[in-house]
Design a protein around this ligand. Structure first.
Ligand SMILES: *Cc1c(COP(=O)(O)O)cnc(C)c1O
Length: 405
């Protein structure tokens, strides 16, 4: 059996992720020659990408590298440090920290606990601290939970993309430090968007991100991870039940040997195309400048926020790469219909993936006036078609004034 050649249209990816890939990245992907995973330029590309990743993370951590795959591949690598029976406190305030919590419950379960509810185990040694959707995890919440439970590990999402909320990373670090807890953070949505150095948070021993959001390298490439030496010592001492995502073994192909930069050793067959694309995405990010990029996201997010508020929507997020909003009263309950209609027209926005149902519009790699006006204009049209009442011309005029003032 065969099928016609697969043709996928070019859509406006205006969701929480993935972002629109830069043509320069795609060009590196398809103009790269075939070469095996130990060819000298492929290896050089990996060593340079490793050096750039340390800069992107703002770290001197030797164990900084890319895990082949998506965001959850990197998360699996850092969370593989957790063993059955380990005490863990997990802060959940939306879809993704919820899924990370599931991964942690699976890894921290005993055989019996896992078998008793294999897709959703609930080991007593993992304490899930639920923070309502639409709210941030605060330093007080973290301090209270760590003081009470004194776990071995604590976990939080830096930016929770499900609800569009920024969580208190300083508070997380400080509480981990105070209570002698090893912190782990999902930085999937913040790396490459917010300007921060992970070395300023020394109680967080492992960080994980993704290729498709702030790094803007969707051609399936690498999930950046970074481990402090303390974490690597734990892995060396206790071991880790994975070869593919092993923090020490996987690092060897990136030339991280015995805690130092050295000659790469085969771990798995890296793709020359992925290496070239990832390398270019990191170059673009660093050429833009981490700090400037963060400023640009804040500026453009504000423009979109003001526009959707002028259409009568209520924004409940505080991340700078997307707005999460409630539709005006008249359209309440129609979020899924509205988003489905937009998606049919290749305008790729999203609802939330867990309740309450809200609309999420993202601006990854849309950092210019035309792109924001295009997004706002398409969203305005979709709302008006569903019966919203506002003056689109006025909204677009105000948006133009924001950019010219
Ligand atoms: C997108 C996202 C993930 C999952 O990333 P994938 O690339 O889909 O695997 C995990 N955590 C957060 C906070 C995210 O935003």
């Amino acid at each position: 059996m065969t099928f016609p050649m697969l043709v996928i249209p070019d859509t406006l990816a205006a969701g929480p992720g993935p972002g629109n890939t830069d043509p320069r990245v795609l060009e590196r992907l398809y103009l790269t020659g075939v070469a095996d995973h130990m060819q000298k330029d492929v290896i050089r590309g990996m060593m340079e990408a490793k050096a750039m990743l340390r800069e992107v993370f703002g770290t001197k951590n030797v164990h900084t590298f890319g895990v082949a795959g998506t965001g959850f591949s990197g998360l699996d690598c850092i969370l593989s440090m957790i063993h059955p029976g380990d005490n863990v406190v997990v802060f959940v305030n939306g879809t993704f920290s919820g899924i990370d919590g599931l991964t942690i419950r699976m890894k921290a379960s005993t055989e019996e606990e896992l078998a008793s509810d294999s897709l959703n185990p609930k080991p007593a040694n993992v304490k899930i601290v639920e923070v309502p959707h639409g709210q941030s995890v605060t330093g007080e919440i973290i301090e209270k939970a760590l003081a009470e439970h004194k776990p071995m590990w604590a976990f939080m999402a830096h930016w929770e993309t499900g609800s569009g909320r920024i969580n208190d990373i300083q508070g997380f670090n400080d509480a981990c430090q105070k209570h002698g807890v090893m912190g782990m953070v999902d930085a999937v949505s913040s790396l490459g968007i917010e300007y921060f150095d992970i070395d300023d948070y020394p109680a967080v021993v492992a960080w994980s991100s993704c290729p498709q959001k702030g790094i803007l390298c969707l051609p399936l490439t690498y999930a950046p991870v970074s481990f402090r030496d303390e974490a690597i010592e734990v892995v060396k001492k206790r071991g880790c039940r994975t070869y593919g995502h092993h923090p020490v073994l996987e690092a060897r192909h990136w030339g991280i040997i015995n805690g130092k930069d050295g000659d790469p050793a085969y771990h798995r067959t890296h793709s020359c195309y992925s290496v070239a694309a990832f390398h270019e995405a990191l170059r673009i990010l660093l050429q833009h400048g981490r700090e400037q990029k963060a400023v640009d996201y804040a500026y453009h997010e504000k423009a979109l926020r003001l526009a959707v508020e002028a259409m009568g929507c209520e924004v409940t997020s505080n991340m700078t790469s997307l707005v999460v909003l409630n539709l005006p009263g008249k359209l309440a309950g129609l979020e899924k219909d509205l988003v489905a209609k937009c998606r049919e027209e290749n305008f790729g926005i999203w609802t939330t993936l867990s309740s309450p149902i809200q609309v999420r519009i993202g601006i990854l790699n849309q950092l210019n006036q035309e792109a924001i006006a295009d997004i706002a204009g398409r969203f305005a049209d979709a709302m008006l078609k569903m019966g919203a009442s506002f003056n689109k011309e006025e909204v677009m005029q105000e948006l133009a004034e924001y950019f010219s003032s």
